[in-house]
Design a protein around this ligand. Sequence first.
Ligand code: NAP
Ligand code: G4F
Length: 337
Amino acid sequence: MTSKTALITGITGQDGSYLAELLLSKGYTVHGVIRRSSGSGLGRIAHLVGDERDEEGRMRLHHGDLSDGARLIALLDRVVPSEIYHLAAQSDVHVSFEQPEYTGAITALGTTRLLEALRITGLPARYYQASSSEMFGATPPPQAEGSPLQPRSPYAVAKAYGYWMARNYRESYALHTVNGIMFNHESPRRGEAFVTRKIARAAARIACGQQRFLDLGNLEARRDWGYAPEYVEAMWRMLQRDRADDYVVATGTSHSVRDFVTFCFEHVGLDWERHVRFDDRYVRPADVAELVGDASKAQRVLGWKPEVFAPELARIMTDAELEAAGRGKGPLPEERE
Ligand code: NAP
Ligand code: G4F
């Protein structure tokens, strides 16, 4: 057990919630930055807040926003973290085409605000930057740390900016900044608009008679899908190294959106072709054709390797959706006309 203190931006997101659990289990005091909202907005971390087993109050939340640099400085001053995990972002690629300016203001410049806060306060904290495989864009697979960045969306451009700023602050000011270049990672806590969750949820709901059709865009895109709880472990391992560096985290395998649909629908005993419809609203102005990560450096240096691959991930996510839809565990019998 440790007495370290961590600050997590984006603690209410998929990764932030798993990372908070991991760090609390290791004895950290965990401070999370949350946005004010009209609801509680704490869904994924509600079980960690006010937990009566947390007698020492090791889980603490603070209002803040990536648009507010002064607040970030004040928070670092107050929390004095030894590790900072910068996960907050406008993380939806499709939305980034609709809101490119906002995506730049938060996902790109929000990173600079936090790095500046770290530089100005002079804290000796280690900093994790949530970089993305989306930055590789048009670069053919396999993609590794040295592969060219050819971003194909406003989100990817913003992430490439954040990636370079984290490196720039390492080189210019000797800050301990680390880029985790994470390929797609999913879980039952994934946002509902992302394709894996949307598919798993629809398969379960259709099997339960709660939905009839699933509308999707590009079925041919191929992604390297891993399991989010394993990926936050890699984030933590990166910050335990004395040398700041950049790492790809991926499974090294890719599947198409069509494959993921097949995995989920087969798991509930349904023929997906009877339920999936094409909807051009979900087609992007530009898409990334294929991502397959080469995570050999993470395996060699961090001792990290994936255990869950896309077919099992699809089953985990579909089972969680079946549970939510009230039908217990799959698979279900073949549907009738
Ligand atoms: P997510 O579920 O979309 O979570 C994003 C988090 O950022 C949420 O906590 C959100 O708060 C917060 N946030 C958004 N705008 C903010 C703002 N203006 N100020 C403060 N907080 C803000 O994302 P994720 O899947 O956990 O991913 C974590 C990070 O890794 C993101 O930076 C993402 O771009 C990156 N990444 C993800 C993947 C992946 O496959 N999941 C792969 C590579 C990189 P609210 O709850 O209030 O919205
Ligand atoms: O699930 P997606 O929206 O994820 P995408 O665009 O790969 O981005 C995710 O992974 C990145 C890492 O590479 C992260 F940095 C980023 O924050 C995010 O977590 O879409 C995956 C693929 C795309 O090719 C998309 O065009 O699925 C295709 N797709 C087809 N129909 C769809 C749909 N995507 C969504 N969201 N919804 C659809 O109906």
